[in-house]
Design a protein around this ligand. Sequence first.
Ligand SMILES: [Ca+2]
Length: 215
Amino acid sequence: MRAAIPTLAAGLMLALAAPARPDCSSVSFDSDFPIQLNLVGTTAGVPDALGETVFVLYDITHTPVPDCELSIDFDGCTGIRLASVQPWAGVTVECGAGPVGVLKAVSDEFGRVTLRVVGGASNTTSGSPANAFACAIVTAGPMQGVLNVGAFDQNGGGGATPADVSVWLADAFDGDVEGRSDYNGSGTVSPADLAVLLGVILAGGSTQSASAYCH
Ligand SMILES: [Ca+2]
């Protein structure tokens, strides 16, 4: 009987060291993938709540899929810049060799992935190269989606200020659709987006830019 004790203990330790993970491959089209993610600044170190974006992962029976990694590939997003340190709990960034970077986070017990992503754009002068509409690719298990990426901190410095409105206006009037300046995923750069940007500036949750960017 003595020999059974260490065997049992070893089995328990193994179970503790490697908990069973739900099968990420069960993530289905029933999941909630938003089409819009707006990059934010911080105030007192806290990422702006006005950029909070929630994904919910479900299987085919609408049962939440917890503990599943969701990734967002921003490398197709010209001119978008990710903070190289992401202060929102559970968000990790892999700056990588590409031009922008990849973000990762894991779903909670309700299948939710709640993100506040710190970053901006490089819209410093009229006509600065911009990300196209829906430039990012979201992956969770077998499911993929596209995501438009807006940036309240258009010029990547000083937080969200009237200077960002100034360069936003150039995007609004040039007839193109710069993803960075579309904050509601409509595929247009319109007064509705300006209202969002002004609301962010007035609310004061994006007063500081990232201290360092991936690229
Ligand atoms: Ca700015």
